[in-house]
Design a binder for this molecule. Sequence first.
Ligand SMILES: [Zn+2]
Length: 78
Amino acid sequence: MITCTYCGYKCPDDAQICPNCGKPIIRLTVDAEPDYNELAKALLRETEQKEPISHKHAIIASCAVLLLALVAYSFFAR
Ligand SMILES: [Zn+2]
């Protein structure tokens, strides 16, 4: 059963147009589900791709901090 978005008539699932008002049936629930899955997959892909980059950035950042500390130490040690 699918409810017509125009008149609220309970139409059969395979109906292309509403038998009551004749307007095309818009399947919000059926159309929204694959989109949501695609979004979740895209988010998952994004996080998977971002993970090694963030690790690289963390290594670079820690190296920069170490180098800066070394420079500061050698500067203040004199
Ligand atoms: Zn209708």
